[in-house]
Write a protein that binds this ligand. Structure first.
Ligand code: PAF
Length: 284
């Protein structure tokens, strides 16, 4: 039986007394199979699962899609019910930000200004602030986030380390359509031709990952991925990078991550894939 709680007081009452372990899956609603896989992974890891549904205004820039972000509460609740979620916390904006915009926010550090942060100033301060607040309200043992938002996941892990938060963070692999498109709440904005163009992102990552797996090295893998964004794809590249799994220094060998962002019409999409770089072949 899934219970919906709307206020902090209802949440506190629902969570007390605590018995067993609790997993949280934080969402902005518009749930799809990617969220279902997060909820299933949560189910496997804890005695009880709580999902949050809150479209966080703090993480949207002035020209972003906060107003048109899909809000599908009834369908979301069905997904949660089917996944066996015990509690859905779906607060109003004043419930989370009773004094309006918070004066104090989490500073995401230098990584917050890179990649997604370079075109979305304030985005990660908004994400980390709401994630910290929800962690404080829910006090879960484990929190699960999708690898689809890889920079977000990395920065949440970093916040948990740097601020010594008592919660385990688990990343869950991206769920893809059979043709490779990463599931995203924003895919519903895409027209038929735009959806076809959106496949360029996963195709580029696949080409890059395959080149790396074939031992062609970081530069060649990145160049191969770039070439996928040739003219006429309908996707306008924002960034394409190959970095170490913590999004720090550029990798030379071993596990790495390729990340991409591109515009398809008016929709900005992101995707990423793990890449395994083999040691450079000896010259000669
Ligand atoms: O990934 C999301 O849906 C959001 O960024 C999150 C983590 C729920 C914070 O609002």
């Amino acid at each position: 039986m899934t219970e919906v709680v709307r206020t902090r007081a209802e949440l506190a009452a629902r969570l007390a007394p605590r018995t067993g372990t609790l997993a949280v899956v934080m969402t902005m609603g518009a749930l799809h199979s990617g969220h279902e896989s997060l909820l299933r992974a949560a189910r496997d890891r804890a005695d009880a699962v709580l999902a949050t549904i809150f479209v966080n205004p703090l993480q949207f820039g002035p020209n972003e899609d906060f107003d048109r972000y899909p809000r599908t509460f009834d369908a979301d609740l069905e997904v949660c019910r089917a996944a066996g979620v015990e509690t859905v916390f779906a607060p109003s904006r004043p419930e989370i930000y009773p004094e309006g915009e918070p004066m104090v926010r989490v500073d995401p550090g230098p990584l917050g200004a890179e990649l997604e942060g370079s075109t979305r100033p304030g985005h990660f301060a908004g994400v980390l602030t709401v994630v910290l607040k929800l962690l404080n309200l829910v006090r879960p043992d484990v929190a699960l986030f999708g690898e689809k938002d890889y920079q977000q996941l990395t920065m949440i892990r970093r916040m948990v380390r740097d601020l010594a938060l008592d919660v385990e963070i688990v990343g869950v692999p991206t769920v893809r359509e059979p043709d490779g498109l990463a599931l995203s709440s924003r895919n519903r904005y895409l027209s038929g031709p735009e959806r076809a163009a959106a496949l360029t992102l996963s195709a580029a990552l696949r080409v890059g990952a395959d080149a790396a797996a074939a031992g062609r090295g970081a530069d060649a893998a990145l160049a191969a991925a770039y070439r996928t964004f040739g003219s006429g794809t309908g996707a306008r590249l924002d960034y394409l990078v190959l970095t170490d799994p913590d999004l720090g220094t550029a990798p030379v060998t071993g596990p790495a991550r390729m990340l991409v962002a591109a515009w398809v019409g008016a929709t900005r999409l992101i995707d990423n894939m793990p890449v395994e770089l083999s040691p450079a072949a000896p010259e000669g």
